[in-house]
Design a protein around this ligand. Structure first.
Ligand code: NAI
Length: 333
């Protein structure tokens, strides 16, 4: 029995989170779900969209599955997602990009994973005006920050039967920051003789990804390049509805789809739950439940390949609940 925090979120969050829960429960893995609410509706009661009890729950369970949360605009609250990453030091952002049947895409045979550093780089937000007409932003890299994300990428490659890690950088120009990233990649790679290290400059990486994405396996990137390249990779395989993700730290891991709360279709049984279900698959692998994870993924491929259960975003008319029931029926077959 595993304890897992479930944050339904808002918008389409509760609908897709319920779908993921139904599928994971049907896999036979026993989960004691701790339901915690986060989002704008909590502000009136707790004065914040992210009550302390949510953080405390994730600290105690170590694992969370999260639906999307609407970011309140203009009322001074920071994004729940950013706050979670900071509070729990979730330093690795994991974004797989993989082709599935019947998901429209320009490419075939893509199966890569982005490992993005989540806490440093220009995203540390250290910037200021220099006088009136200039602005400066500091690109902060630490040796420890580089080392732990690269080590995470190599450990992930070993644990998931992958063979190559591509370290993406611009060390030809930024010799101190990106240079340190490459230095640490070379150092860490020596400890993993079965995994190949490839080094690639970020601009060449983007070109190669749109020419032949099937050549890549695990990509490890500093925060800014990781943000940009991971969206590029989601686009390679069909976009938002099917893109899972995870934010992982030493003490806790939060699994969630990359899409937002989609207020335009909330409450209409129109959301595609695939992305959060695939995030749940990543969560099961993280918990060591590899067979259950594989069984869900295989069933998802069969349901997609049948072409009978396409959700609205993919041009079909199957609702969230009917799609989920079809998936569970396939798992029980
Ligand atoms: P969005 O991802 O919610 O929606 C963009 C478009 O994609 C919409 O047309 C929506 O209907 C569609 N879409 C998204 N997920 C879908 C799904 N599972 N099935 C079918 N169609 C889907 O992006 P948007 O509109 O920019 O953001 C809405 C809110 O969500 C904002 O408040 C934003 O801050 C928040 N957000 C939260 C995230 C999180 O909690 N992880 C991530 C991204 C945005």
């Amino acid at each position: 029995m595993y304890d897992v925090t479930l944050i339904p979120g808002d918008g389409i969050g509760p609908e897709v989170a319920a779908a993921a829960r139904q599928v994971i429960d049907a896999s036979g893995v026993k989960i004691n779900w701790h339901i915690e609410e986060a989002g704008a509706a909590q502000i009136e009661k707790f004065g914040t969209p992210l009550p302390d009890r949510v953080i405390e729950s994730i600290k105690s369970t170590g694992v969370a599955l999260k639906g999307p949360v609407t970011t309140p605009i203009g009322c001074g609250f920071r994004s729940v997602n950013v706050a979670l990453r900071k509070e729990l030091d979730l330093y690795a952002n994991l974004r797989p990009a993989k082709n599935y049947p019947n998901i429209p895409s320009r490419y075939q045979n893509v199966d890569l994973v982005i490992v993005r550093e989540n806490t440093e780089d220009l995203y540390a937000g250290i910037e200021h005006m220099v006088g009136k007409d200039a602005a400066e932003s500091i690109k902060l890299f630490t040796r420890e920050g580089c080392n732990r994300i690269i080590r995470y990428a190599f450990d992930y490659a070993v644990a998931n039967d992958r063979h190559k890690v591509t370290a993406v950088h611009k060390a030809n120009i930024m010799k101190c920051t990106d240079g340190m990233f490459v230095e640490e990649a070379r150092k860490v790679a020596k400890e993993y003789p079965t995994i190949e290290l490839e080094e690639m400059i970020v601009d060449a990486m983007c070109m190669n990804l749109v020419i032949a994405p099937e050549k890549y396996d695990v990509l490890v990137l500093p925060n800014l390049y990781g943000d940009i390249v991971s969206d590029l990779c989601a686009g390679l395989v069909g976009g938002l509805g099917v893109a899972p993700g995870a934010n992982i730290g030493k003490q806790a891991a939060v699994f969630e789809a990359i899409h937002g709360s989609a207020p335009d279709i909330a409450g209409k049984d129109m959301a595609n739950p695939t992305a959060i279900i695939l995030s749940g698959v990543m969560m099961l692998r993280h918990l060591g439940e590899k067979d259950a994870a594989q069984a869900i993924e295989d069933s998802l491929v069969k349901v997609a390949a049948s072409g009978k259960f396409l959700t609205f975003d993919l041009g079909g008319s199957t609702g969230t609940k009917a799609f989920t029931d079809a998936l569970v029926a396939e798992m029980n077959r």
